[in-house]
Design a protein around this ligand. Structure first.
Ligand SMILES: [Zn+2]
Length: 190
């Protein structure tokens, strides 16, 4: 039997991760009644940052959909424990394990994966692990409370009270609350 190929995991930039989950994920698409809308092309992602994608094997639309569907529940977690558990499952599913690497006398942590076909999922998972290392408050990984929207966001506001994926959703909610005869409670800008 051939030896298992072990590859280093490359974390996705967070904005790219959020974009993939919101554009390819079933929950965001169905909630927005966009389930039959064509997906952006997988190629469009590569055009954005071709150098970054050199680390990844070619992936198809189904890989993007599967990855988005596995990552969305991390953002939809209602407790820190649930978030941690979701990520622990994704670590196993993408064959990830931490290891130490060195460059001359500099030793640093890396994550490897023995499932190269899950490189995108592993990259997404590591992006969230890296994010939580700097910002352990998992409530800052959220899903929009707007109407017909469960898009994910990463709250990087100082107050950490973000509830909407975008200004569009926030303004829509304010307008509706205003029409209902009361002012929407002030929300920090996303
Ligand atoms: Zn939204």
């Amino acid at each position: 039997m051939a030896a298992t190929k072990v590859v280093e995991v490359h974390p996705l930039p967070i904005p790219l991760l959020v974009y993939i989950v919101n554009e390819w994920g079933d929950a965001p698409r169905f909630e927005a009644h966009e389930g039959t809308k064509p997906y952006p092309t997988a190629e469009s992602l590569r055009v954005e940052s071709p150098v970054f994608w050199e680390h990844f094997p070619p992936f198809d639309e189904q890989t993007l959909v599967d990855t988005a569907n596995l990552i969305h529940p991390v953002f939809a977690s209602t407790t820190g424990s649930e978030c941690a558990q979701q990520l622990n499952t994704l670590i196993v599913e993408s064959g990830m394990a931490p290891a130490l690497s060195s460059d001359q006398w500099t030793v640093h942590e890396v994550w490897n994966s023995d499932r190269p076909e899950r490189a995108l999922l592993a990259g997404a998972t590591l992006a969230l692990i890296d994010h939580l290392r700097h910002e352990p408050d998992a409530s800052r990984l959220g899903t929009c409370v707007g109407d017909a929207c469960v898009d994910v966001y990463v709250d990087q506001s100082p107050a950490g009270r973000r509830q909407y994926c975008s200004l569009t959703c926030q303004n829509r909610a304010r307008t509706r609350a205003y029409r209902a005869g009361k002012k929407a409670s002030p929300e920090p800008a996303p």
